[in-house]
Design a protein around this ligand. Structure first.
Ligand code: SF4
Length: 473
């Protein structure tokens, strides 16, 4: 078992993040100032923070000592860097993003201002430093189109026709909850109607996501769109995106309902263009369904179609992933988002399955690099990027866009610099305040909505009133 003793600091969060990059079965013992990894080597490391703000990590027998020979960084990052150096040396594994463990490496790129700083100070690999820096510039450019005084709206539908094996977002008890879908739609409309009269701020972007918002039947889907557009007074300048993730839920009637409101952005997410993988993941649709849905949406004039892929899926190799990228490039959607499989706590798929490097999937990192190369070659560029805990192989999720088609909502939401009002169960509303004298330019206050859909159905009016108070409407 690996044990990391914290000396001179209590930065458990960052230390745990670094240990988690390399090992699982993590636990924190705050009384004894240590973090352990049950599947790590039998070794004790001491991670220090000195009075001068520098950190070093050493083996408890004094045999090895790790200290960065270069510019100091903020203390919370110093302790992570020296521990990363130790664990990287002990395991022989270098992470693509070096000692950056946060979900938004583009924020660090913006703060630092050069690729050389990312590689030099944070040990980020050169290709990731270039990606982070380029994406940060595009994120900041797009953020400039979203006035800070505007609201951005999220409408959440946490239901899907079946549960993908890698997903923990949707409840295990999906079949039981599906019986309450109609009531959920009514509750959502109730929350929107209750809060809408108090909203006077302009709405820059609206994103209806999930789950799968197109899981509703045709009539209820159209009714919810009507409720959103009429009550929230969505104008033609507002960017509206509907996540129609599962192609088996997309009908001509729903596409027409969206177009009738002028909606031009839709997400149709295959995750892979390989039928065998789709079946094994429990997605209950085929590649032919994806292509049919894409063509129907394109024929109806949706000018920005986003398609998501996941790299590192089990049941397929890196070559399969690259073939999926090529198939999507042939189809030609305006946006392609490349995710790397990551492990969430309650997914059916185990952490070992997600992170295992030796199970025949090949080199996921190399496959992602080849996928990116093909996307650049086809005229796409990265416009937003984020990472998740336990992302396989230490990689990232990157949204690519052709021309000026990047999704403003995605940028607003990830920036933590724009307010987001979230309707629906499990939504997280947030207000962002500028602040001086901190490494983070914004302070964020959050207002969660109850996750349990049955409780939400009962209390959607109450959820609206809480948000009115939170936003001081
Ligand atoms: S479609 Fe998305 S939200 Fe729904 S079960 Fe699959 S991964 Fe989860």
């Amino acid at each position: 078992m690996l044990k990391v003793i914290l000396q001179g600091h209590d930065k458990f969060y960052g230390i745990t993040d670094i240990v988690r990059m390399f090992f699982g079965d993590i636990s924190e013992d705050r009384d004894n100032s240590c973090v352990t990894a049950g599947d790590g080597p039998d070794l004790t490391l001491v991670n220090t923070l000195e009075k001068d703000g520098r950190s070093f990590t050493f083996t408890s027998d004094g045999g090895r000592r790790y200290e960065f020979d270069g510019p100091a960084i903020e203390p919370g990052r110093e302790v992570k860097r020296s521990l990363y150096m130790a664990l990287s040396d002990i395991t022989g594994i270098k992470m693509p993003w070096g000692c950056l463990s946060g979900i938004r490496p583009t924020l660090v790129a913006s703060e630092e201002g050069s690729e050389a700083d990312l590689t030099g100070k944070y040990l980020v690999r050169e290709d990731k430093a270039a990606l982070g820096f380029e994406t940060a510039k595009e994120e900041n450019r797009l953020l400039g189109f979203i006035p800070p005084e505007d609201l951005n709206i999220y409408v959440g539908v946490p239901f899907c026709p079946s549960r993908c094996s890698y997903c923990s977002f949707i409840s295990q008890d999906i079949s039981h909850h599906m019986k309450r879908l109609g009531e959920y739609g009514n509750a959502l409309e109730n929350e929107i109607r209750t809060l809408a009269p108090f909203i006077t701020r302009k709405i820059s972007s609206l994103y209806m996501g999930g789950g799968t918002p197109t899981v509703f039947d045709d009539a209820q889907f159209a009714s919810i769109l009507d409720c959103i557009f009429w009550n929230l007074k969505i104008d033609k300048d507002c960017e509206v995106t509907i996540e129609a993730g599962r192609p088996d839920t997309i009908t001509i009637s729903k596409l027409d309902a969206m177009r009738a409101h002028g909606i031009g952005r839709i997400c149709i997410n295959p995750q892979t263009m390989r039928d065998e993988t789709l079946q094994k993941l429990g997605r209950r649709h085929s590649v032919a369904d994806v292509i049919r849905a894409y063509e129907q949406a394109a024929e109806r004039g949706f000018d920005v179609i986003n398609m998501d892929l996941i790299a590192g899926l089990p049941y397929e190799t890196g070559d399969d992933f690259v073939r999926s990228v090529k198939r999507l490039i042939e189809l030609g959607p305006a946006n392609i988002t490349v995710h790397t499989l990551y492990k969430k706590r309650r997914a059916n798929m185990s952490r070992e399955t997600v992170l295992d490097r030796d199970d025949g999937r090949g080199d996921v990192d190399a496959a992602v690099r080849e996928g990116y190369r093909l996307l650049y070659e086809a005229g796409y560029h990265p416009y937003y990027l984020y990472r998740q805990k336990d992302t396989g192989h230490g990689l990232e999720n990157t949204g690519f866009a052709k021309g000026d088609t990047g999704c403003l909502y995605n940028v607003a939401m990830m920036s933590d610099a724009r307010d987001v009002l979230s309707f629906g169960a499990g939504g997280m509303s947030k207000r962002c305040f500028e602040q001086e004298g901190s490494s983070s330019k914004h302070r964020v206050e959050r207002c969660p909505t109850v996750k349990d859909v049955l409780t939400y159905i009962e209390l959607s009016g109450e959820a609206a009133r809480r948000k009115a108070a939170f936003f001081e409407l």
